[in-house]
Write a protein that binds this ligand. Structure first.
Ligand code: GDP
Ligand code: MG
Length: 217
């Protein structure tokens, strides 16, 4: 990996169109944070780029020999950058509410950052590459440990093909955790993943509220 200096706005994939730059509205009163986590090369930077309304801040660095033995590149063909810190993007939901997206490195050596990252976070998306399912086990484990609502999104790279039921079994995923397919390169697909997360968080909080109301009556 190269130096840890950030490169704001450096595109992760040259073929992607640049998102328009939209200044943050002065009417914004509240921000909501969502974190996208997963193994190396699973598509976190791609997802933040595809849905962000601003040119995302990214800290992609060209991998050099310094990353050999640290970042596991097996099965990640054509990837020659790695994220040394975070991706950051933004979506305005309405004139008052803005969604902040953080793409967080899933590599084990960055876990010391997670506690702070999860403070004030609405929920998380675990991105999954079925060629490297084990990379996402760590993220799922940490999210369960933090009691953080999350959904799992299989970023579909094509082969090998598995049904979502097979993926759920392989992950031993709780039946209550939503599992969906996505193509992180497509804006609508990434947006649908975020909607799934928000709906899941809403369902969890409604259930918790219902239980509290039931206990109080
Ligand atoms: N075929 C395919 N390639 C993808 C998809 N999502 C990301 N990629 C590519 O996979 C590589 C790794 O993605 P990246 O976002 O850098 O992974 P990160 O390490 O999780 O941030 C990049 O070259 C992306 O262009 C996808 O859904 N399908
Ligand atoms: Mg990245």
């Amino acid at each position: 990996m190269g130096s840890a200096s950030s490169s704001p706005g450096r595109p992760a994939a040259a073929e992607e169109p640049e998102p328009e730059v939209a200044p943050l509205r002065s009417t914004v009163r509240e921000g909501v944070k969502i974190v996208i986590v997963g193994g190396f090369g699973v598509g976190k930077t791609t997802m933040v780029r595809s849905v962000s309304e601003i040119r995302p801040l990214s800290t992609e660095e060209v991998m050099t020999e310094a990353g050999v033995g640290i970042d596991d590149v097996a099965g990640v063909r054509g990837k020659n950058t790695t994220t040394v810190a975070f991706d950051f993007g933004r979506i305005s939901l309405d004139e008052h509410l803005v969604l902040y997206l953080f793409g967080a490195p899933g590599q084990e050596r960055f876990w010391f950052l997670w506690d702070r990252l999860f403070a004030g976070t609405l929920g998380a998306v675990v991105l999954l590459d079925t060629r490297r399912v084990e990379d996402s086990w760590y993220a799922i484990d940490r999210l369960e440990h933090h009691n953080m609502p999350f959904v799992v999104a299989r970023n579909n790279f094509g082969q090998p093909t598995h049904t979502l039921e097979e993926v759920r079994d392989a992950l031993s995923l709780d039946p209550g955790v939503p599992l969906v397919d996505c193509d992180a390169r497509r804006r609508e697909s990434s947006r649908d993943v975020l909607i799934t997360l928000v709906q899941h968080v809403y369902a969890l909080s409604s259930a918790a509220y219902g239980a509290m109301a039931g206990a109080a009556s």
